[in-house]
Write a protein that binds this ligand. Sequence first.
Ligand SMILES: Nc1ncnc2c1ncn2[C@@H]1O[C@H](COP(=O)(O)OP(=O)(O)OP(=O)(O)O)[C@@H](O)[C@H]1O
Length: 486
Amino acid sequence: MSTENNETGGSLADRITKPDEASQPATTTTETPEKISDDGAGTALQGSALQEPDYQVEVKLSDLQADPNNPLFSVKSFEDLGLDPRILKGLSAMSFRKPSKVQERALPLLMQNPPKNLVGQSQSGTGKTAAFVLNVLSRVDISTEEMRATPQALILAPTRELARQIVGVVHAMGQFLDGLSIGTAVPADASARPTRMTAAIVVGTPGTVQEMIKRRVLNPTRLQVLVLDEADNMLDQQGLGDQCIRVKSMLPRTIQVVLFSATFPAHVHRYAAKFAPDANEITLHHDELTVEGIKQLYMDCNSDEEKYTNLVQLYGLLTVGSSIIFVRTRASAVEIEKRMTAEGHTVASLTGGIEGSQRDAVIDAFRNGEAKVLITTNVLARGIDVSTVSLVVNYDIPEVMNPNRQREPDYQTYLHRIGRTGRFGRIGVAISFVSNREEWDMLRQIQQHFSCQIDRIDTSDWDEVERMIKRTIKNSRAQAQFAKNQ
Ligand SMILES: Nc1ncnc2c1ncn2[C@@H]1O[C@H](COP(=O)(O)OP(=O)(O)OP(=O)(O)O)[C@@H](O)[C@H]1O
């Protein structure tokens, strides 16, 4: 199996791992809210983009948030959670009306004093980012010039795209905190020189942060909070896991450790408990992990070539909203992009094989809708939040090598990949291509593992395929909820 499989995918210890970053000099950008115009997160950061041009959609989000069985359910308001009025103003500017379940449960645990560690799990797209960002914003002291330039909270993510996205969320939520500065610590292009980190909140990837602390351009002595987003993935991958451990060993012993993910497989969960000792925990059963609004489908393909022709057939649907196509290797991402482009389709690709600045340009174009179809590897399987994504295609089923060197489904990565759609109560479609017996078996195992239903798409009538998928994509949250309650 190629190392490319493992760009960020949840992995077994056995996997050949390839951390997202080489040990290059760090790039550090320190930004204050007023200076920022366009960061990684771009305009997608408007709440769940529920700017409610559509009255009905808003009404139905409230319905979801009033349903105790829904992960978006809450009984409290953000005001009840004891947040600073300037932060409440930020939330309101982002159109966040009510906390989701994980926000309501996590925030009191995170904000208690003396601080306690937390291991928090909640389904994809249910607002984990806000949960840890609100805690961080509540804890940093920006009352003096000196403190404003002193790193006090460190948020680590497995990829530069996710780190940049989190920076965007911190900006948006902290926009009314005068003097707040946020630093980004992600791998730099070869020519960039490391600069001193003078921000109260630092968001970065583990290797870069480790390097910066070692080179003494990031002073860790006043850090009070350490957050690991996609924590299971970070701790389970050889490279990233080692870097996280080294970073933590250089931080104050009393630091509050906060781990979040949609998935915590048992072997990582045990380890997470050591990384964040005596932690409060919010956990889910694995049959609770799939998101109601994501319609899971599969398509039989007779060969690899038929996967490609089916993808091309789907092109019209891929561009109804935005879509992400996940493939196993960088090489196939590039090849499919080239082939589709040569045939006159507009697609982009993003893999770990390209330079950072180019990666930034691709993801930014995808966020702002300039690029609507993105072909990628597991590098973007986790965390990326683009609310317009209505279709995810697993061109290849995500897989790992088990300790006996047999291929098996990568359950976590499957869940994270399909979770790029159906965010915060939206409807989305995930289609997995199956072209041989092994892939078929893996899909069946995924279905059993999550106790979920993955329906077959009959490709004998493409007009019908198109109608069916369009109907699903265009279904409002309201209709889905209505159907569910019948
Ligand atoms: N209380 C809220 N009200 C409205 N929108 C919200 C709220 N909380 C989060 N959102 C929006 O929901 C979307 C998903 O949130 P987020 O990216 O934090 O999910 P997540 O749980 O971290 O998902 P993943 O596991 O995929 O990383 C974002 O667009 C965010 O702005």
